[in-house]
Design a protein around this ligand. Structure first.
Ligand SMILES: C[S@@+](CC[C@H](N)C(=O)[O-])C[C@H]1O[C@@H](n2cnc3c(N)ncnc32)[C@H](O)[C@@H]1O
Length: 284
């Protein structure tokens, strides 16, 4: 067997690290370990400990193609097709946004404020919020809504793989929901303005769906409509939990007050940035 055919995991790791470093990827070694682990179905520790193991030629070619994709700037989660979110390992591809760590906080607020009843996730993408609520909460019904049929197909795949009971609906925000039909609305809506969108990281612009990110001239279009219709959809005592842009906390809170919500708050994420709008539909 020649050296090429006897490529070890250690050799593949070195090769991937060198390619990623040349492409200017920050932390190339760490990314190479994650890439190998996700693609070979191994933990990162197993990649490091199993470095003498030999890679079959077909796996090696597959790995080379994945490393090339990452070197061209495609986000790691799209290359491996996997993204971690709270307790879930989700499938993800270019049809939907890659779940971000700060979005996990939406679930913490939701579980604290409203851990049972009927819940809806507006703009579900991979289904990360709806599936986490189903797994971690005590909800009677969890509904996941998205306007994108492609995103819903990804959410359906995740629902199936994880075996979690979530209903999927294609609709524009809360328009398909009956009045006073839910106790909890969670959402990570698109919240980037048209001008901010143009200035995003080139890799985000090239790979992630625009519908998941941009929301009108001021970035508040989806949030404005969602908050305005919230009191109609929620039962009395129900809660709205929405991820917002860090620089639009005051504007978002004002929208909630204007819509008639009570107990309006904006809370920080783990990085200390104001990112979560919470509001209650109180008795009038
Ligand atoms: C920021 S992404 C969030 C995805 C996922 N919830 C997450 O946190 O990773 C916004 C999602 O809202 C969906 N969306 C955008 N406009 C919408 C609308 N008017 N009605 C329903 N869904 C919408 C997009 O397709 C996308 O999946």
């Amino acid at each position: 067997m020649d050296a090429e055919r006897r490529l070890t995991i250690q050799g593949a790791l070195d090769r991937a690290t060198a390619v990623l470093a040349t492409a200017g990827i920050r932390e190339p070694r760490r990314e190479a370990i994650r890439l190998l682990g996700d693609l070979l179905g191994m933990t990162q520790a197993e990649v490091i400990l199993g470095r003498a193991g030999v890679l079959e030629p077909d796996r090696r070619r597959w790995l080379d193609r994945a490393v090339e994709r990452r070197a061209r700037g495609e986000p790691l989660a799209y290359v491996t097709g996997l993204a971690g979110f709270r307790r879930l390992e989700l499938r993800v591809d270019r049809r939907t946004l890659i779940p971000r760590p700060e979005t996990e906080g939406v679930v913490d607020h939701a579980l604290r404020l409203c851990p049972c009843g009927d819940a809806v996730d507006i703009g579900t993408g991979t289904g990360c919020l709806a599936l986490s609520l189903r797994l971690e909460g005590r909800y009677r019904c969890v509904l996941a809504v998205d306007r994108s049929a492609e995103a819903l197909a990804v959410a359906a795949d995740n629902r199936h793989r994880l075996g979690l009971a979530v209903d999927l609906v294609r609709a524009d925000l809360t328009s398909a929901l009956a009045s006073a039909s839910v106790d909890l609305i969670v959402s990570n809506p698109p919240y980037i303005s048209a001008a901010e969108y143009a200035g995003l990281d080139p890799d985000v612009l090239a790979f992630e769906p625009r519908m998941a990110l941009e929301s009108g001239a001021d970035g508040l279009e989806a949030t404005r409509r969602l908050v305005a219709d919230g009191p109609r959809v929620l039962r009395t005592g129900g809660w709205l939990v929405v991820e917002i842009a860090a620089d639009r906390g005051e504007a978002s809170a004002r929208l909630a007050v204007e819509a008639g919500f009570g107990q309006v708050r904006v809370d920080d994420d783990v990085y200390g940035r104001p990112r979560y709008l919470t509001a209650c539909k109180e008795e009038r």
